[in-house]
Design a protein around this ligand. Structure first.
Ligand code: GDP
Length: 369
């Protein structure tokens, strides 16, 4: 499964955020069968207005959102790459996720000790990033020694090892200049050569500015929040501003009371939704939908997936026996009010094996069993 690891220094609000994510999952779908795979893994529904509207239209027996996995990765401290704190164990958890939500503390609270003595999101980020880069250097170095040996072999294997060696040298040089792998300009071939190292700094990042409740409505004016936004902008990634504590409270509220609570705080949607959506985007995921009287449901595929793969997400048999897909746009279905009307207007398309699924497609599959 595709997952997002929540990282950051101690006491920046990671667990609070993770608990809020888990809490909102429980509140939104009390009977989630896969809610508790692991105490550190939360399966979170992806909020989707379109699905909610489809459900209003079809009044199905069941409405099922698509989900995204979050992993609470505790234990990162300065020196982790050398085994401080939970050290290596912690770092191996990062290896398994596909993107990282890096929580940066922007809140003041004299009761919550800051490990570095002051609230400094950019400094904190550098501490964490340095540990991750040191660990990556170690992985690259190990692999380089092996490639060096293999490069002496004659013929094709030797050639391949030489190419790998060259790629590793470039990555190593970048890391030594303080550049995370994700920010290095590498060729496709170089990326392929290091793919199986699952380097920690190769994963996309979402910076999370965790602010105080009091800051929330005017968070944009806070210099620390601005620093986080600037950081994200420099790297070309997203920044999400939220208050972990408030998110945890929102998650506990019944749906109906949430909107009022948010309005009182000067917000329009929970920060968690912004985070889930940012994660979804960073992972390159899109949603297609299925709609009927029995169930309205959102499903996830990788951007670029073709119709048979989408069918396979529902059931492997659907992929194997795929014949064609009937596709309409969710906005057409919602505006026209019924599938029948969409057909009448000629807006229902029949697509084959090569069709590239688009975010917001409503699909029916025809298949052989
Ligand atoms: P972790 O070590 O990064 O997992 O941090 P925790 O989630 O355990 O939070 C550390 C402390 O900071 C706890 O006492 C939280 O209640 C507090 N905290 C977390 N988020 C916020 C926040 O948004 N505002 C304030 N004031 N305190 C927070």
């Amino acid at each position: 499964a595709l997952g997002i690891g929540i990282v950051g220094l101690p006491n920046v609000g990671k667990s609070t955020l993770f608990n809020a994510l888990s809490g909102s999952a429980k509140a939104q779908a009390a009977n989630y069968p896969f809610c508790t795979i692991d105490p550190n893994v939360g399966v979170v529904p992806v909020p989707d207005e379109r699905l909610a509207k489809l459900a209003r239209l079809f009044q199905p027996k069941k409405t099922t959102p698509t989900t995204l996995e979050f992993v609470d990765i505790a234990g990162l401290v300065a020196g982790a790459s050398k085994g401080e704190g939970l050290g290596n164990q912690f770092l191996s958890h990062i290896r398994q996720v596909d993107a990282v939500a890096h929580v940066l503390r922007c809140f003041d609270d004299p009761d919550v000790v800051h490990v570095a003595g002051k609230v400094d999101p950019r400094g904190d980020r550098d501490v964490v990033e340095t540990e991750l880069m040191l660990k990556d250097l170690e992985s690259v170095e190990k692999r380089r020694e092996r490639a060096q040996k293999n490069a002496k072999a004659p013929g094709k294997p030797g050639e391949l090892a030489k190419a790998e060696l060259a790629a590793l040298e470039r990555v190593k040089a970048g890391l030594e200049q303080g550049k995370p792998v994700r920010a290095q300009k590498l060729s496709e071939d170089d990326r392929a050569a290091i793919a199986d190292l699952f380097l920690l700094t190769s994963k996309p990042v979402i910076y999370v500015a965790n602010v105080d409740e009091a800051q929330l409505a005017r968070a944009g004016e806070d210099p620390r929040v601005q620093a986080v936004k600037a950081l994200a902008a420099e790297e070309g990634y997203e920044a999400v501003v939220l208050c972990g504590k408030v998110e945890a409270e929102i998650a506990e509220l019944p749906e109906a009371e949430r909107i009022e609570f948010l309005r009182e705080l000067g917000l329009t949607s929970p920060g968690l939704n912004l985070l889930v959506h940012a994660g979804y985007r960073e992972l390159g995921l899109i949603t297609f939908l299925t709609a009927g009287e029995d169930e309205c449901r959102a499903w996830t595929v990788k951007e670029g997936a073709r119709a048979p793969q989408a069918a396979g997400v529902i059931h492997t048999d659907f992929e194997r026996g795929f014949i064609k897909a009937e596709v309409m746009r969710v906005e057409d279905l919602l505006t026209l009010g019924s599938e029948h009307a969409v057909r009448e207007k000629g807006l229902m398309r029949v697509e084959g094996k090569e069709y590239v699924v688009q975010d917001g497609d409503v699909m029916h599959f025809r298949f052989n069993v």
